[in-house]
Design a protein. Sequence first.
Lengths: 302, 561
Amino acid sequence: MTIVNKNFRNGCLLAWMVLNASFSVFGQADQLSSYRTTVTARIDLAADQLTSVQAETGPNQKVKEVNLQLINGELVLQYELDFASNEDYCDVAIDVSLDRKPLPIKNYDLLGNTGTQQREDPAHKTVILTHLLENFLDLKGDLMLTINAKFSGTRILRYGVTCDGPRPEFTPKQKLPYYLVVGASAGMIGVAQIFKASSNQTYSKYEHYQRDHPEDGTREAFDLFYKDAQSDHKIYWILQYGGGAILAANVTWFVVRAVRNKRAGKEYDEYCAPAKVGFQPYIGRPESLTGTETGFSLTYHF
Amino acid sequence: MKPFRQFVGILFWALPTLGISQSQCFKEFLDLGIQAYNREDFQGAFANFRAISGCDQLTANQVRQMNDWIDKANKGYADFMTKARKDAEDARDRALNALDEAQKARDEAQLQAQISEANRLAFIASQEVEKGNGNDALVLAYRAMDLTREHPTPSILLAFGNAIDASYGKTLVGHNQDVLSMNIAPDHQDIITSSADGTVKIWNPEGAMQHTLSGISSYCSKVVLAPSNNRFLAVNEDKKVSIYSMDGQLVASTPMQNEEIATLAISHDGSSFAAGSRNGQASLFDLQGHLIAPLNGHQAPVNAIQFSPDDSKILTVSADKTARLWRRSDGTLISALQDPAGFIYQAAFSPDGSRILLASSDNLAYLYDGNGQLIKKLTGHDAPVVCAALSINHVLLTASLDGKVMLWDQDGNLKATKSAHEQVITRAAFSPDGNYWFTGSGDHTVKIWTAEGTLKAILNQHLGTINDIAFSPDSQFILTASADHTAKLWDLAGNLRMNQDAFQGEVLAAGFSSDGTLLWSCSADGGARFVGNPVVLFTQLTEHPVLPDERQIELYHLNGQ
């Protein structure tokens, strides 16, 4: 039983591998994953104090070994990036807030490892937030730094979609052969029932003559009925199980192909991001708000 | 009076013939005289009293009475005449005053009519500015100014300033990130901007871009003009300081530093400069980029460098909470100013170089002499001291995050304490002439104070954080740059004289040319702008009315020429 099960499992695995192998594999550079890691602390810049430093890194975080220090009036943030095998680079951006209000840190006041970090670079990264004394004077309160890391690299496309072509669909034209096979196999099964009935009828005759004329010298005639019944039964069996097997295989292949097309379509949607019909309204603050105006902006993305 | 005198004369001569007794004669004339005296008919009284002398056998007492009454009558008459003359003079004065009042009323009415007309013109000029018709706005606003030359109203002053900005202002378009600084050459022929996009651009006076220098550090984007040598300095991305000519040609570079260069300063005589690095090293170079002397000793980034007014010393300020004073000639350390226990927010020499003042985050300010010897710790602030300033009049100013300002004499004796703002003070400085000082606060206001600490004006029209404040070289104006996308020019009375609102991003810095005739501002939207000082331009337009188009003819007419 164990052997049978193992063989069955191996067979399924093989079938899955064959199935997967039938899908083309292409590689293309794209953003693969993004992570937000926060580090919080209590700061009193004028007093040169940074306390209660706490980094929040989950079990699946790829931004690791996060640490924050206050050195010479500058915040020094350290972290490491954990690249997967197919990830080539990571775009790192730092957001800073004090008492839950964003701090306007200019890019040119950040020194070190922000922006694009290559896989080949040393894993240990350092970002220095400079000019804090000059720009903020009174930096006191609950500080939160957020590391936004977006990993990009070679996307493994399981279903081999290409954005140049149309979205993968299981069209009625493609489904037609399957329907024809279903019809043919159903026909085979139907014909098998005819042969089954004929076989049963002939065999009944054989049984009837054998019961009624056990000593009759016409045994050859009885055997002829038996042979006919045997022949019909054989044809029935072939048509019945052959048609059933074809039907089962056809349905299986139909389902597999339908699933594959559905997944390919989903991959196409995710990767190629085709223009969608309709619009996405977005309500937010006006971009050029000076502080004197109030209200909101309504933006439509077509 | 004349008939009456004749009557009395007749009576005088007729008395003896009337047979009146002598005592009765005296009494009759005396009574008549007294009655006349009481009526203030002093001439009649005098005549009656004199008539007594015609009575016979007057006693000595009667003669004395007569003379007394004659004297009284004379005096009464004199007083009466004096009073009459005074009344006449008063009446004349009242008439003259009434005439003056009438003339004043007429002048006031004329002035009011002029102001009304000028306000109308200023209003239309403002509308023309809104429409983008700068030239029309300038003609109207100039006329409004001309009508109210002695008494321009705030709205007229603002309309003229805005018209000047609309008509004469030049916008420098070319940077694609924050413009962080602008320098205008003393001859106004070259304007240099530096940006976070890693470039320095050189522009001509018409606002056309002439040269672009790339590879400039965005971390230290400071560009320093050499005062006389037609050169400027900029920090390169490759940790060098480069010396450029005004046509953008590289003249020389310093050797590469080990760390990012954090700050840069040039001597007042323009012959040498100093650069401070993030690794605590500072170096003194000549204008050919040759190292004169290393200034080593700081343990943390050097954040600021200053040359003393006489260029004999160099002050470096570091994040290691110390300042160091160096001899410029050979780079030797004169004194390490290690007293502060906190970060040094600001350090400054006095204009005569005899004092050094440090503002520290340990709530103290530290006063040193010109050789770096501590004179006094200035106590009294209850929060980190973030501003330190010294005036030409030997007054010291310290300002702290709790909004308090303290004024001291040059020996560190407290002169005055002011609660200047409810919120943090971010900037404070003396005017070049030492007569005023300003405070800028996180409450989006700027306050102007007299040197003695009397509040003179509150500049409260900004709606965002104030990023920069500058006094004009002549101490007559203040320019403010704000996150509300505007730069504003103010006079010391608090009148808004120009409102630059053409930027799409916050205004990061603003200032004046060295002669005060141009003012500039630069923005986070990648733009920068410069324009003439409205007061200077008004004078120029009045003396030499040259406007951008043929409307100068109209201005000639307006000027009555």
